[in-house]
Design a protein around this ligand. Structure first.
Ligand code: BYC
Length: 332
């Protein structure tokens, strides 16, 4: 069943070379097949470039918007140590956004244009960041589940065919694995705490479980870019396969915490050696993508405000760069 699904993936989206580009494209695909990295100045099909700009910029936006739900808890972290760790984590996400915007720029787009698209509400970012963080346990659940899902998706991206993206992902994955552990440690502390703390941890798992599964994207049959991105070795593992891996790894972690995954259909399939899980609410996923999630408006408003309030920093940086240039020119 699965193979059939993959065969049908994104038929209409498959890229077709023109007569002029056919030879160049053959050489390009041969390099991809030999596992050579494609670098910014190398020839690449326009659609490959576009796909990378789309994916990398969406990824960069996700990191930047992803700072907001956890950032909300910096002033309310329960201890000084927790606050210091959370500040560092949120700062790491900002750094990931910066590496990824730089990787996108190597493809010939301007960072300011990408940011304008985000602020205009025309660019996508991960659905997960449109959900609220209502308790401290949500900060634990984000680290454990959201960063856990992110690592699962991003480890294969370290072998992406495009060099700058692959190299950025190596560094990002190292930091994400630290984030995942700090989230799990928050959950462990709560799970071993008072009855109220255990209830907080369970409620956070209940809130974040299904949205975390949605992070992997539409099911393979509905993934319009999946087949082409796999052919180009941008993607190495399909959305559904990554989702299944995440479930298989995470359910035993929930058991260890003594928490219950909110899925009545979850069951171990001994023959297949996988956890079978219930049906994802794709209507909810599509609504969040259309801008109708619980926090879409709040997130974009916060980004727009930060952009406006940061205008003086950008102006100061440009004025300083001008001054340095003028100084160098007059010294020459
Ligand atoms: N949310 O054909 P498909 C993080 C879109 S940040 C929103 O399967 P593809 C972190 C998709 O873009 C985590 N949109 O696409 C940060 C496409 O739309 P367009 C972010 C989604 O690209 C802070 C359409 O649906 N990670 O780790 O082959 C704190 C059809 O999908 C989503 C990345 O960005 C979604 N969940 O596969 C903590 C990783 N899913 O462009 C953590 C890099 C799908 O046609 N990206 N869409 O309008 C990827 O690996 C791939 O782009 C995806 C989707 C697996 C996400």
């Amino acid at each position: 069943m699965y193979t059939q699904g993959l065969d049908q993936l994104g038929r209409s989206e498959l890229h077709v070379p023109t007569a002029e580009t056919a030879a160049l494209e053959q050489g390009f695909l041969a390099r991809v097949d030999r596992e050579e990295k494609i670098e910014p100045k190398d020839w690449m099909p326009a659609a490959y470039r576009q796909t990378l700009i789309r994916q990398i910029s969406q990824h960069a936006h996700s990191e930047i918007v992803g700072m907001l739900p956890e950032g909300n808890w910096i002033t309310r972290a329960p201890t000084l140590k927790r606050k210091a760790v959370l500040i560092a984590k949120v700062q790491d996400e900002g750094g990931h956004g910066a590496y990824l915007y730089s990787a996108a720029e190597t493809l010939g787009v301007a960072r300011s244009d990408l940011i304008d698209q985000l602020l205009a509400g025309t660019a996508k970012y991960s659905s997960i960041f449109n959900y609220p963080t209502v308790s401290w346990a949500d900060v634990g659940a984000i680290g454990w589940l959201v960063d856990g899902a992110a690592i699962m998706n991003q480890i294969p991206l370290c072998r992406c065919s495009y060099g700058p993206y692959a190299r950025a992902m190596v560094r990002i994955c190292k930091e994400e694995s630290f984030h995942q552990r700090q989230g799990f440690e928050i959950m462990l502390t709560l799970a071993r705490g008072t009855r109220e703390q255990r209830a907080m941890a369970q409620a956070a798992l209940d809130r974040w479980w299904w949205p975390s599964l949605m992070m992997f994207g539409p099911s393979d049959v509905d993934s319009k870019h999946g087949a082409q991105s796999t052919r180009w070795k941008i993607k190495r593992v399909s959305n559904d396969d990554l989702r299944q891996k995440f479930v298989d790894v995470t359910v035993p972690q929930a058991d260890f915490l003594g928490l219950k995954v909110p899925d009545p259909d979850l069951a171990w399939d001994a023959a297949g050696q996988h956890y079978r899980f219930g049906t994802i609410d794709w209507t909810e996923f599509n609504e969040v993508l259309k801008g109708n999630g619980p926090c879409n408006h709040e997130r974009l408003a916060a980004r727009r405000r930060a952009h406006e309030e940061g205008a003086w920093v950008r102006e100061a940086a440009l004025a300083y760069a001008d001054k340095q240039r003028n100084r160098q020119a007059s010294a020459a």
